[in-house]
Each structure stands twice: as structure tokens, then as C-alpha cells.
Design a protein around this ligand. Sequence first.
Ligand code: 26Y
Length: 822
Amino acid sequence: IWEKYGCEESVDKESFQKSFVRHVNTTLARSSLNVDNFSAYQATAHTVRDRLIERWNATQQAHTLKDPKRVYYFSLEFLLGRSLDNALLNLGLKEQFGEGVKELGFRMEDVLEQEVDAALGNGGLGRLAACYMDSLATLDYPAWGYGLRYTYGIFQQRLKDGFQMELPDYWLNFDNPWELPRLDIAIEVRFGGYVSKYTDENGRTRHRWEGGDGVQAVAYDVPIPGYGTKNCINIRLWSSKPKRQFDLSRFNAGEYEQAVNEQMKAENITAVLYPNDNHMVGKELRLKQQFFWVYASLADIIRRFKKTDRAWDQFPEKVAIQLNDTHPTLAIVELQRILVDQEGLDWDDAWDIVTRTFAFTNHTVLPEAMEKWHVPMVEYLLPRHMQIIFDINLFFLQKVEKQFPNDRDILAKLSIIEEATPQSVRMAHLAIVGSHRVNGVAALHSNLIKTTIFKDFVKFYGPKKFENKTNGITPRRWLHQANPKLSNLITEALGDKKWLKDLSLLKNLEPHAKSKDYRRRWKAVKHSNKVRLAEYIKAKTGIDANPNSLFDVQVKRIHEYKRQFMNILGVIHRYHYLKSLTPEERRDIVPRVVIFGGKAAPGYHIAKLVIKLINSVSATVNADESIEDLLKVVFIPDYNVSLAEIIIPASDISQHISTAGTEASGTSNMKFVLNGGLILGTVDGANIEINEEIGDDNIFLFGHLADRVDDLRHAHRYRNVPMDPDLQSVITSIETGNFGDSRIFAPLINTLTFGKDYYLLSDDFGSYLDAQKLVDEAYKDEDEWCKKSILCTARMGFFSSDRAIREYADQIWDLKPVPAKA
Ligand code: 26Y
């Protein structure tokens, strides 16, 4: 019977339609008379889901049989965006299913539009995790992601009078076809309690973590299909549920509120994604989230490991765990606890297993982003783990002491515990000590961590433990899906679609930059992408963005170090300049649309003022008829993955202008250039490597270099550095009230004065304006610009997440592909 009915779901148009209709009738309980676009989306999604599950099953079965080494990517954020289009493309179903849906009376574009984003992440780090899952699946690696199933993802952003407002992102309002609830996989997680000591049968002193309150972690599996392979991997997201439904005795006694209390407390744990990126807050609930997640994930991994009868010392030969930043660092402690307290291993044997299992990726050097947890809080929530951390630290510092006798200074610097009141646990230190490899995410960043925040660790461990793994992006979503017209044009030039699995093949586009006809068509694609964005802007903001203008884009989280403030100050400078011109002089000007997008953390007041300033400038500039259409300023609200897919293909130039040394990598820079957009940027993060690949002629770099930053800051702090005169006149203009009541902007402007201009806007402003001039000049020669655009795309092969994942697999995880059977 299994063989007779276990055959594969067909993928042709007719079977799509059959399955679509069946899902409308059964899954949705509707009829042909009441199928709207949303129902059509649901029926299509379920049809695709059936095919996904089949591959998911086959892949997991193959892995169970083969039992290869697996990698587990631990990330508190997976910023997946929409799934339907991606699944259709990766499974190669788009054409047939598109035809099928059309014959049923729908347009595939409208159907795709119905899906809400899975926005379980803040920005770069979360989207990187999503790109890496796509590559792991595509390259047939046996991999799982582990994360949390937040009920609310990153907040939705609205604007009110130019200010950011936050709305909850209740993304699970309707059923989510992209997850498989595994209600049978439930793991009890504990908080609190106490530690008891006892002597075991061998006379050894042992510890037991007892008591405390329990909640359940329930698994939801999200299938991730590879492109051009049957392989389909899994992200397991945990959701918190109460251990018991609710306290019946209290319920019967009429104490209804108290009766549901425990349930609510339990469900709180995975209720919401913390909306801070690059800024640590230290809330107890966040620590609970982290422990809840790593506890359940490790229990799950160990259950799988124990299915085969292997000795513990083989654990690192079967399991690699990658820590996406310090957020999952407690996993190091928890594994040590399991091995020592529960499995009875000696401390040193256990610790050897632990350190061979974990590797740690650092994503930032900003001091305010470093995770530190107060010892009393950790002690109260996780008493045994706190003891183990102290022991890890003790044994570690003993080794340090041996290597550097009588150097108290280095002990204090390296210690996992920060000696302040109260004491804190430095999670980055714990992550380094508990891992066999530490990596940064771009060349400059990886060098910086070795010479700044982790330099004393390099002294102790030597440099080999610290590596670089330059980030990458998936070309499937960020070119093929987001920019289908350009994808087709590339495929046509290269003769086939192999480049989607081997992005280095893009280099064969280079000769086509010389073809006038190819350039014409390349330009036409960019233009149509700009038209699509202009229509979106018109619909959402009412602003007319002329697609014949230069589209200048900065979209990313709003943060002082990313310097959106400098961008908008530059816009004001341009505005004044335009107003100073005679009508004849204006004829020579390249019209620009300056586009911003991005969310500010709800508690980050300065970042929120930047949004307000952008909107105030936008209101003034867009209404000023004297400058005609030479400048428009747009803030597109609610920037997210799906919006990025519209914005990125439409940019002529995008800005990546962080203070040198502050942006670890950036990944949108790669997405823009891959889509034939040029970049204006600082010598920071992956901009540097992009420059190396695409050449000096195809990028506009400016500003001070990272090695100058300390001196410049020192000068601001201790000497009276006069403000750049152009910057000064822009600030004066704001203060004069040209952009509305200037008093609200005082705290923002103060960052430049009383705040000692920590992010060095004044120091870089002159060279920023110069670089902008070069952009204007270059854009006048449309044909030359187009050549640059083609060369940019052609030279971006290195930045595929496939390359990055292969490096991780070969150099850190020691992981081999396991191709799923066709
Ligand atoms: C501690 C907590 C508040 C926290 C939460 C989120 C700290 C940091 C983050 C997120 C950091 C992040 O997204 N970093 C970005 O990672 C990208 C992928 O490596 C980089 O490209 C980007 O430069 C970096 O800012």
C-alpha cells in the first residue's frame, strides 16, 4: 500500500489545478463562488506546501539513514520574508503553476501579494540567517536551523506627522501554511529552582538542578527548499506553552484570573521579538527567551544523537553548532551541564566535547551591542548554570595565569565575569572560550575584532582561532526572484541558468557590457524596475518620483553609526544649492529622488528624530516648486524584506555610509550591486571587498579610514574642532526653522556639538559632498553608467551565500553535502 500510494505529487499545470481546487473545497471549505485573491493564495500555498513536505520528508529520511554530521545554525532571528514565490522558483514550479492559476482567473502577482512577511528578525543578522538556510539547502548540506516562533515579529512601522509609530506585527492571524506544527515534540524547560549536591556511587561529588517552574517548548518546523535540488532542510522554531492547561482548583474556586495566569506567563516567553538591533537592554524576559530556546534545541539534538549508540566523544563528529552572535551562548553552558551533571562525564572530557562542538560568529564591535547579563539575574533564573559559568571562568583564568604569570591586568581583561556592581557575565567572552572558532563577517571587521575588542584573546589563544567569513547573499531571492527581468537578461546572455548555482559564472557577462544593444536592454530593465518602485511610492506616500531621475537609496535600520543623519543633511545642502541656481544653471542638473527606509528601535530617541527630520525635509523640499522636479525626498514606511525586493532592483545608487570601522559587513550593499546599482559608501565593512572585486571605477568611496577614527574622536573630545562650514550652514538652516519647529531637533543636533560628533559627520561631510558631485557627473553619461552597472553585476560572484556557506562547511564545520535522491 505504501508503495502504491506513496508516489510523488505531480508538478504539471493540471495537477496544480486539481490540487488547488481540492484545497479550496476541503482545506478552506469554500466553493468556486467565493474564492478571492487571498483564498487563491492559500490554495496555491497549500498546493506548494504539499510538494515541499514531500521533499522535506525524503530529505530527513535520507539523513536519518545516512546519519551524517549535521550543522545546527542557532539564530534568535530568521528574517525569511515571504515564502510562496521563493518556493515556486526553487522548486521550478513557477511557470506551470502561474499558467494554472491564470486559467483559474487569477494573476500570480496578485496572489503572491497576499502573503504576509515572516518578519522574525531585526535586520542584517536575521536576514543573513535566512540567506544561509537557502544556501545550505541548495548545496545539499545536512543542516537545521533552530530559533523561536515569535507570535509577534518585528513591529510594523507607521508614520504620524512624520514620527514613527509602532504597531504589533501579528503575523499569525490566518493559518500559516509554511510551518508544520509538531505538537508531539514538546520539551519541558525549567527556570529557577536550586542546586543540590550529592555523592554518586563512585564517590564523586555531583550536582543536580532541581525545582523551579516549567514551561513547554513546542516545535514548529519550517521547510526550506533548495534551488535545483530535492534537498529541503528544516528550521525548527520553538513556541512556549504552559505545562498544564490551567489550574483547575483555582478555576473551580472562582479565581479565574489566577487560573489562567500561569498559562499567560508561559506563553509570554515567545510572544515577541525584541526590536533592538545592536543595542543590548538586559531584560529578564529576553534572557528567558535565550535559555528556553537553547535548552529545547540541545535536548532535541541530543535525543537525535542518542538514537545511534555512539560514545559521547563522537558528539563533535556528528554535531556542529554555529552561534549566530552571542544570543545563544548559554548553549555552551547547558551542554556542559548535561554532560557533567546528567551524563556523569568528567569536567575536562565534557569541556573538550563542548569546545569542539561550538563555533561563534561575531557581528559587531559596537560596545553598546555587547551582551552582558547581571550575575544575580542569571543566578536566580539558572542557578546551576551560573555555577558552571563561574567554574568555566575559573579553569580558563587558571590557564591564562599559567601563560601570563603575575599579569593581573590580562586576567581582568579576559575574565568572563565583569567585576562591577553587580557583576555581569560577558557573553562574548564566554562564547570565545567555549568555541573552537570565532569569526567576523567581513575582512576589515575580522581584523578589527582581533586588534580591538578581542585582542587579549588573540594574545592568549594565538591568531588561528579567529577567522574571517565574509558574508554572502542568496542570488535566488535577491536577483532571480526580486528582479526577474534582469535575471532573464542575464540567463539569455550566459545561455543557461547555471549562474544561479555558481555565481562566479556572472563574470561571463563582462563582454556584454560592450554591446550597445545589451546595454539598451539592461537600461530598460532598470527603468521598468524604477517605474514599479515609483508606482509603489505614489500609492503609499502620494509623492511623485519621476523614474527618469537618479534614484538614490538608503534603506537599513536607523542608527547613528549608519549615518542616515549625514545623508539628510547632505540633502539639505543640495536643496540650498539648487535654490541658489539660475534657471539656466538648473538645466544642467541631474534630477534626484532620495529614498529612505528603515525602522528605529522603539526606545531609540535619536534614531526616531532622524526619521522625523527626513520627513520634515521631505515635506519642505517636495512642496517647493522653485526647484521643479530636481529633488524629491521620500521616506518609505515599514521597510521589510518584501519591500526590499522592490526597492533594491530600482536603485541607481545606494548609500552605505557608516563611520569607518562600525558596520561589520553590511549585506544590502551586496544586494544593490548584484542588481546593477552602484554604491556610494565609506571604506567600511564589505564595501571594501566589493571595491576589490568590482574596481575603483565602479564605486564611489569617501571618508576617513578606520585607523583614523580614534584620533579624530580624541580631537573632538579634547580640542575645539570647528564644524565643517557646509555642515554648519545646513545646521543653521534647520535651526532657523526652514524644516518646521527646530526645537524638536535640538537633541539630534546636539549629538554633533555637546555629543562631540562621535560618528564623525563633520569630519566626513566635505568628502561626502565631493563624492556626491562625482555621482552627479557620472550619471550624466548614461551609457558609461550602464557599462558600470553591468560590470558591477558581472563581478559580484564572490558575494554569493553559497561561497560563504562552503567556507563555513570546509573550514569550521567539517561538513560534507549529502545529496538527496532524485
Ligand atoms: C544584543 C541584542 C540587542 C542584539 C540584537 C540584534 C544585538 C545585535 C543584533 C543585530 C545585529 C546585526 O544585525 N548586525 C549586522 O549583522 C549583519 C550580518 O552579519 C552585518 O552585515 C551588519 O554589518 C551588522 O550590523
